[in-house]
Design a protein around this ligand. Structure first.
Ligand code: ADP
Ligand code: MG
Length: 238
């Protein structure tokens, strides 16, 4: 039973194809990593799922519902980007509450759900802080809480760890995976970092030049690469 179904998705910019006829299926609760070199089309694919980019062709379905033409806020999809994109003039709690206020939830519900999200990402005690006074890792946890607080059906993460120092990156990687498993949240994580892909994912989709060239478990992709490209890319640790 597939939860997220992508069929024949195609996107060009100024007549230059980024990807053509991409198709894949993801089960509910799966953690998928899109892994590939810079410029291969990962962010464009993720942004198409989020509705921030309109595909030229193809369908995106979630739980059987065609969401291809829905607005981003109608999709039930949460997204975290590499750069924090927090509101600098709002506190941690204010940043996390923002999406709920847009949904016009009542004040008590907002308070309760913000508290839940704060606890989920381990930011208790930081609710009144402003982004400028937080570390990079803490800012990404705010961004994650902001994505989770609306209870998305699907979580999309575009290189959320790439701007962070190595020890924090490793810690946050484990924390993201633990939260994802706790919520059984269907997740697509984008990275160019092989180690992140191998350690976090149920399955890895290796991308090159706008194609998914192998989609398999981390173990299979690493030990049985489907092509010279995959073998070379997986062997090329930073
Ligand atoms: P990745 O995330 O894997 O690094 P991207 O999806 O950002 O790759 O980019 C894939 C290709 O599409 C690149 O060649 C990039 O230059 C191009 N591209 C991305 N966004 C745009 C845009 N808004 N306009 C034109 N070209 C774009
Ligand atoms: Mg990108």
């Amino acid at each position: 039973m597939h939860y997220l179904e992508v069929a024949n998705l195609t996107k060009s910019f100024n007549e230059t194809p980024v990807f053509s006829n991409i198709s894949f299926d993801i089960s509910q609760g799966e953690f998928i990593t899109l892994l590939g070199p810079s410029g291969c089309g990962k962010s464009t694919l993720l942004r198409s799922l989020a509705g921030l980019i309109t595909p030229d062709q193809g369908q995106i379905r979630v739980s059987g519902e065609d969401i291809t033409w829905l607005k981003p806020q109608q999709r039930g999809i949460g997204m975290v980007f590499q750069s924090y994109a927090l509101f600098p003039n709002l506190t941690v709690a204010g940043n996390i509450a923002f999406g709920l206020k847009m949904q016009r939830l009542d004040a008590n519900d907002i308070k309760r759900r913000v508290a839940e999200a704060v606890e989920l990402v381990g930011l208790e005690g930081r609710e009144g802080y402003y982004p400028a006074s937080l570390s990079g890792g803490q800012r990404q946890r705010v961004a994650l809480a902001r994505a989770l607080v609306v209870r998305p059906r699907i979580l999309l993460l575009d290189e959320p760890l790439s701007a962070l120092d190595a020890p924090i990156r490793k810690h946050l990687r484990e924390q993201i995976r633990a939260i994802q498993q706790q919520l059984n949240l269907t997740t697509v994580f984008v990275t160019h970092d092989q180690e992140e892909a191998l350690t976090m994912s149920d399955r890895v989709f290796v991308m090159n030049k706008g194609q998914i060239v192998q989609a398999d478990t981390a173990e299979a992709v690493y030990t049985r690469p489907a092509s010279d490209f995959v073998a070379g890319f997986m062997g090329n640790y930073n």
